[in-house]
Design a protein around this ligand. Sequence first.
Ligand code: MD3
Ligand code: FE
Length: 206
Amino acid sequence: MTPAAPPQGFRHLAGHLDAALQARLVREVLAGVAASGGFFRPHMPRTGRPFSVLMGNLGPLGWVSDRHGYRYQERHPLTGRPWSPMPDALLALWRELAGDPRPPECCLVNWYRADSRLGLHRDEDEEVFDAPILTISLGDDAIFRIGGLRRRDPTWRVRLKSGDVVVMGGTSRLAYHGIDRILPDTSTLVPDGGRLALTLRRVRAA
Ligand code: MD3
Ligand code: FE
């Protein structure tokens, strides 16, 4: 069964970013990721299984996953370099849409190719859950799935397109969600193809 609507606090702003801003974000985000050491492939803590998604981070804290667990850290796991700063355009979107006076501390950059997926999970490695999560989709379309607070709750599917912004506040902040699949070659925005998802999070209280 599919619920009539996604959880309270979920907002899908379709087509929020114009083509020029999308192109600027791709350029600035890829330059920032390259400067700290490039994309890395995370691994699942218990099994060591590699993610099919490549990751990078921008901002003071970056999310990483390896045999030791999931965590936020200040440096790239392979180069030890600090993450590059978040582009101003991302901070401006947060100010416009997040409704929280504190800036985001992490922009996780997920790079999906044709066969990449992200299984159903909750974002719960942060120390605070009172700020929303904001996600920007760039490049190929994706089938996004969002459910409720329990893994077995019914889920709801949304097709995310380049330039869409999703805000997860309220109840939806801790809802199960994932990316079922990418629709390859539906966009030419990303130079090497695929989809970039930029996920902005507040990690710490102060
Ligand atoms: C709903 N990323 O990085 S974005 C993630 O497209 C993540 O890369 C997906 O899930 C992506 O953790 C989905 C939308 C998203 C992000 C965080 C959420 C939806 C969310 C947190 C709570 C509920
Ligand atoms: Fe997530």
